[in-house]
Design a protein around this ligand. Structure first.
Ligand code: CUA
Length: 326
């Protein structure tokens, strides 16, 4: 497990602190463009400033016209050719990075994930691994000796969203009735924060993402736990399970091994393995979970999950059951 301090350090989301192959390529390109632009700016602004100071009217000088100079083949050639060269360099460098990122071959051992954008959370499915989760994408760390990137298929169930985890890769939109693709390849373990980057409605700002990059053995253990059936319940949780199975929860949520097979909301089979609820709105603790189920709209206004009008006892029982879904 990562220490809290490490996690805090990893939460700084800057495109200039890339940890994943596509993000590194894009950050390098961005830095090159910035440096070139800075040089152009310094030269042009410097010449302008020099001219303004050097050739300003002196004290008491009369407003007579200075000598008029027309045409200089050398100067004109220079200011035509140099910008053309700069533009060609930018076009070639950008084209190369776009090609390297978009046409990257998908190795057979790649992890394949389908991400479905929804108002307002992320459904995350690993079809080949039989894992379904939400909002927190687990991927293996890839090293140069044994590369293992993760390829994402991006879809949307409702409106346009955009998948953006700045340290891991550039943005890619999730569009209804269109399938997009992107890939990530983190080189160091950590939790990297992201955010929906396309306005998608009331809770666009609360559609947070986490990419958890783990060493391959740890990732394999995570997959194993996610594939397991829901844990058996003791008598304290059994009452809560009856409440859960007796309400409309089951038409939107799945809990493996029960009659709850809804697909509209997040799969809850391993709910407690996630750090947050409501797509990053609150930490996933007993108290916050209870507040969430009591009235989701309190924590996330406009959320599509309704309050089930449970009384305090039913709520306590239900939360007791949810806490067993590890
Ligand atoms: Cu989803 Cu903005």
């Amino acid at each position: 497990m990562l220490s809290i301090a490490q996690q805090a350090a990893d939460t700084i989301s800057s495109i200039f602190a890339p940890v994943s192959t596509p993000a590194v390529k894009e950050a390098d390109l961005a830095k090159m463009v910035l440096v070139l632009s800075a040089v152009v700016f310094v030269v042009v602004a410097g010449l302008l400033a020099y001219s303004v100071v050097r050739f300003r009217a002196g004290r008491g000088e009369q407003g007579t016209e200075p000598p008029q100079v027309y045409g200089s083949a050398q100067v004109e050639a220079a200011w035509t050719v140099i910008p053309i060269i700069i533009v060609i360099v930018l076009v070639l460098a950008t084209g190369r990075v776009i090609h390297e990122v978009q046409a990257a071959p998908e190795p057979p051992n790649a992890v394949r994930v389908t991400v479905v954008g929804r108002q307002w959370w992320w459904e995350i499915r690993y079809p080949e691994l039989g894992v379904v989760t939400a909002n927190e994408l687990h991927v293996p760390v890839s090293d140069s000796a044994h590369r293992q990137p993760t390829f994402l298929t991006l879809e949307s169930a409702d409106v346009a969203h955009s998948f953006w985890v700045p340290r891991v890769a550039g943005k890619t939109d999730l569009i209804p009735n269109k399938t997009n693709h992107m890939w990530v390849e983190p080189h160091q373990p950590g939790t990297y924060l992201g955010q929906c980057a396309e306005y998608c409605g009331t809770q666009h700002a609360h559609m947070l993402l986490r990419v958890v990059a783990e060493p391959p053995e740890q990732f394999a253990r995570w997959v194993e736990r996610q594939r397991a059936a829901a844990a058996p319940v003791d008598s304290a949780a059994a009452a809560g399970r009856r409440v859960f199975l007796g309400t409309a929860c089951i038409s939107c949520h799945t809990v493996g091994g029960t009659v709850a097979t809804g697909r509209y909301g997040p799969d809850l089979t391993h709910l407690m393995s996630r750090e947050t609820i409501g797509a990053g709105v609150e930490p996933n603790t007993r108290e916050r979970l209870r507040a969430w189920v009591r009235n989701p709209d309190d924590l996330k206004h406009g959320v599509l999950m309704p309050a089930m009008q449970l009384d305090d006892e039913q709520l306590d029982q239900l939360v007791e059951y949810l806490l067993t879904l590890r």
